[in-house]
Ligand binder design. Structure first.
Ligand SMILES: Cc1cc2nc3c(=O)[nH]c(=O)nc-3n(C[C@H](O)[C@H](O)[C@H](O)COP(=O)(O)OP(=O)(O)OC[C@H]3O[C@@H](n4cnc5c(N)ncnc54)[C@H](O)[C@@H]3O)c2cc1C
Ligand code: FES
Length: 332
């Protein structure tokens, strides 16, 4: 059977030359060569598997266009989980080859330590594990509930290297994990925890940073700010914009104030769509991007619901920032 050459370029410079059959799924082609490309939803809904097809083209099965807008698709962006090979292609992946190692890193048993409702629709969850979890600030783990087969992803808000993982979870009506959190979860209950994953992590350079969080999308930024605070990552001028639905949805504000006291280069602004509290902008966090003077070297990090991430990307483009300098994590 005729084979089609496919090249995978990882961000650490490692290159893999693979052979595909026509119509074969890119993930299967990679798996055949012992590589597990990063995915989460596996059906074009979250954007975790985003990559760039820099030569040739790939055919994409159905996906959510808010995750991969048409203009980006035209510029070569692809979602690996829904991509099929029809012609020779070269694909650039935004993470190191070590992250695509064949073996899924082992999971470990976690035990709920505490669950606390800390704001409207928002729960703080602590899970203890035996082995410290080392991760790049901004990454997430997947968790599997007792008796379930579907994993759910949550970003760590704690410092890397701990045995106590801290998560901030938005309660979604009718959601599996959300229901469990509000009805069954209790200290001592055991759940399975994956190894850390994800390409939305803090880049260690000296450029200004703009963090934009929607709701519990704040969680990975807390881990990033802690990594800056403990000296693992460079301190640069950083602005954090936090958007929530109402003033009652705000959380971790005292924690942010404490981080701010330690890091004078950090500026924080809050926005709420309604029931605004003092000092809070009325509207979206992404509105604030147009109101601030943005250094053209800024690296932007957007995390939260897909519409917020899209609004943030548009605002960053209007502020003159390069698309390649905008990193996104969609809580889909
Ligand atoms: C990389 C990543 C990191 C994330 N990190 C976080 C985080 O730190 N904090 C956070 O809060 N979230 C995070 N999320 C989102 C999180 O993984 C879950 O998607 C979210 O918590 C909802 O999970 P759930 O099990 O409660 O809801 P789900 O069971 O997934 O349901 C979601 C919605 O779909 C509806 N639904 C479910 N099944 C059906 C059906 N058959 N027909 C119609 N409707 C249906 C539900 O009613 C609900 O409204 C992250 C997502 C990703 C991809
Ligand atoms: S893993 Fe491909 S879009 Fe979610």
């Amino acid at each position: 059977m005729e084979t089609i050459p496919v090249t995978l370029l990882f961000s650490d410079g490692v290159t893999h030359h693979l052979q595909a059959t026509k119509g074969e799924k890119l993930l299967d082609v990679a798996a055949g060569a012992g590589l597990t490309l990063l995915t989460d939803c596996s059906n074009g809904q979250c954007g975790t598997c985003a990559a760039n097809c820099v030569s040739g083209s790939l055919e994409l099965d159905d996906y959510d266009p808010s995750v991969l807008p048409d203009d980006e698709r035209e510029d070569g962006a692809v979602l690996c989980c829904v991509s099929r090979v029809l012609e020779p292609a070269v694909i650039e992946l935004p993470y190191d080859s070590s992250e695509a190692s064949a073996e899924e890193a082992p999971t470990q048993r976690g035990r709920v330590n505490a669950i606390e409702r800390i704001a409207e629709e928002t729960v703080r969850l602590e899970v203890d594990v035996a082995e410290p979890v080392h991760f790049l600030p901004g990454q997430y783990v997947r968790m599997l509930l007792p008796g379930q087969t579907q994993w759910r992803s949550y970003s760590m808000a704690n410092e890397s290297g701990q045995t106590r993982l801290v998560f901030y979870v938005r309660i979604v009506p009718g959601g599996m994990f959300s229901n469990w959190l509000t009805t069954e979860a209790a200290p001592g209950v055991e759940i399975e925890v994956s190894a850390p994953r994800g390409s939305f992590f803090l880049r260690n350079d000296d450029r200004p940073r703009l963090f934009v969080a929607g709701g519990t999308g704040l969680a990975p930024f807390l881990a990033m700010l802690r990594a800056v605070g403990n000296g693992t990552y460079s301190t640069t001028p950083t602005r954090l914009l936090v958007g929530v639905r109402t003033g009652q949805h705000l959380f971790a504000t005292e924690e942010i104030e404490a981080i701010k006291r330690e890091n004078p280069q950090l500026q924080v602004q809050y926005a709420a769509e309604s029931a605004v509290v003092q000092g809070c902008h009325e509207g979206y966090a992404t509105d604030l991007i147009a109101q601030i003077e943005v250094d053209p070297r800024t690296q932007v990090y957007l995390c939260g619901p897909p519409p917020m991430v899209e609004a943030g990307r548009d605002a960053a483009a209007k502020a003159g920032l390069r698309r390649g300098d905008v990193l996104c994590e969609r809580f889909a």
